[in-house]
Write a protein that binds this ligand. Structure first.
Ligand code: DX5
Ligand code: ZN
Length: 304
């Protein structure tokens, strides 16, 4: 039959017979023309695909450090050539009395990257700036959108976190030396994150840099005091430059993404060495507040 069919029938007729014949044998009724996506959706709808495994939880985030950023490690710094651009945090500690409002507005106009709020309790350090800093930070919150960088030089860290989180600072930094043990440090780290700020740990000049290493995966910034905490206008302690370099090297070696803030005695003479050592946030009070034009000095301090 096949010879007759193929020999005598036009090709179109032959093709019809062949596909009729194979159609009989073909058990599948309809060829699935759905796209892979539609097939996936169909499979899910019939429960054929298990939902993705739940993310490992760490206080709601997916990793200790990510958690601090509420699981969206948003870029917090401008980068240039893969390197973080240097930022300036102006300390308002030595603002001229009676001229605070105009000073703050001038700093806002000069585009300081942060207002550095030095909170001192007269206990951890001799000076007491608590009341002033509550007032100034509340005022800044009203007049400016620029971020606040709160530096707590206090013994009662928990109360200070509660008080200053009210002005929604970008970052709250507390001193390692004001903590009794690791549990206390971790408690404050978690509390600051819960308040929606980034976390910094500060160390005094006499505290070895190694003391902060174990906390680096959980925090955003390490503040290295380049003067004794407690007042403005001091001279930078040059030994601290090596400490900045050590921290930078350790962070790079351990692929830890951490901001390094140098605080105290920073001016046009000392900024270069501090930046070269690895600090990417410079705190300056006197050098800026004494300048005729805040913007000029802020821009010069940031010069790469
Ligand atoms: C000192 C403060 C510093 C200080 C910086 O305890 O933490 O922030 O105010 O001021 P200058 O730049 O004047 O050293
Ligand atoms: Zn400070």
């Amino acid at each position: 039959i096949t010879r007759f069919v193929i020999k005598h029938l036009p090709i179109a007729e032959v093709e019809k017979i062949i596909s009729w014949f194979f159609g009989k044998c073909n058990t599948s009724t309809t060829k699935d023309t759905a796209s892979p996506v539609q097939m996936m959706q169909k499979a899910k709808s019939v429960g054929a695909i298990k939902p993705p495994a739940a993310k490992p939880t760490f206080g709601g985030g997916c990793s200790p450090r990510m958690c601090a950023c509420f699981c969206t490690d948003r870029p917090t710094h401008m980068e240039k050539g893969g390197k973080k651009m240097v930022e300036v945090s102006t300390s308002i500690l030595t603002m001229e009395k009676g001229k605070e409002a105009e000073t703050l507005l001038a700093l806002e106009k000069s585009k300081t990257d942060y207002f550095h709020i030095d909170v001192m309790d007269g206990n951890f350090v001799e000076k007491d700036t608590y009341h002033d800093m509550v007032e100034y930070s509340a005022y800044i919150r009203r007049i400016s959108n620029l971020p606040m960088d709160v530096h707590l030089m206090v013994k009662d860290i928990e109360t200070a976190i509660e008080v200053f989180s009210a002005v929604e600072p970008n970052i709250i930094t507390f001193h390692l030396e004001a903590c009794e043990n690791k549990e206390e440090v971790m408690k404050y780290i978690t509390l600051i994150k819960e308040k929606g700020s980034r976390v910094g740990i500060a160390i005094k000049p006499e505290t070895p840099i190694e003391k902060v290493y174990e906390y680096l995966p959980y925090i955003h910034m390490c503040l290295i005091m380049t003067v004794e905490p407690g007042k403005g206008g001091q001279t930078l302690i040059t030994d601290m430059i090596a400490k900045i370099d050590e921290l930078k090297t350790y962070a790079e070696k351990n692929s830890l993404e951490i901001d390094i803030e140098a605080d105290g005695g920073i001016n046009l003479k000392t900024a270069e060495r501090v930046k070269n050592a690895g600090a990417n946030i410079l705190v300056a009070g006197t050098a800026i507040l004494k300048a005729a034009d805040y913007k000029v000095i802020i821009d010069e301090l940031k010069q790469e």
